[in-house]
Write a protein that binds this ligand. Sequence first.
Ligand code: SF4
Ligand code: SF4
Length: 276
Amino acid sequence: MSIEEQYRKRAMELLSGGAVKMVIGYGRGSNAERRRPVFISSPEEVNRLVLDEACIANLSGYLVNEGLLSDEKRVAVFLRPEGIRAINILAAESQLDAEQIVIFGFDVSGNEVKALKGIHVEEFEDVIGAIKEHAPEMGNEELLEKIEQMNPQERFAFWKEEFAKCIKCYACRQACPMCYCRRCIVDSNQPQWVNTSSHSLGNFEWNIVRAFHLSGRCVECGNCDRACPVNIPLRLINHRMAQEVLKSFDHFAGMSKTQEPVLASFKKDDSETFIL
Ligand code: SF4
Ligand code: SF4
């Protein structure tokens, strides 16, 4: 039995027995390479679920949709390791109760889809630990290396040019499971913290503010990259911030549901050299 068939069967059992009220997974998209999220709430619909190498979006963000978990019922969700890390962060930040989440874990290597053993988020700590030790390639290492070789002025010029393309559509924010605020700072206009028009300064402010908000929280799922209509390599910024956070604080985002947020905690013996 393929993993897709196994997971359809599991979804059928969970829905039929009332163990979950919904299964969030992938369904067919507009062409063979695309998959779209599907929200299955009856056993008759499980054949809509698809699981193959085209299932790349991190679906964890749908779990914090207003009201979905407020009845304390369980919801199942298809997640790759990045999505499982996101569940840990959302739980650590009190955005959901991990006990309500049933995970259909999977990973993709080349064209091969493999199931990840476990149902509850704490059962995947080994998988996440392995990623901390050997991060999978993002696919744009060449560009990252090129940016690393630049001096600060060249790097500034590179990002200025990239951010100049931004049209302030906020698709990156909407697609990011870590951007769950009901009202984002950029939507506030009394006072207006970040200019909403897409000119160079406002674009720079927006993208830098977002990168800071993601420091120590980004799970490198790439939802933002794929959502950006003008192809700004957003994940590279967040990846670089994640490297710094790992080096400075030995903090790898999403290790466990009780992990303290790195920028919202301190120890008395923390080095304060960054203040100088
Ligand atoms: S910033 Fe991008 S890569 Fe990081 S968690 Fe959000 S969507 Fe995923
Ligand atoms: S998705 Fe791209 S264009 Fe849209 S706001 Fe984000 S960075 Fe700008």
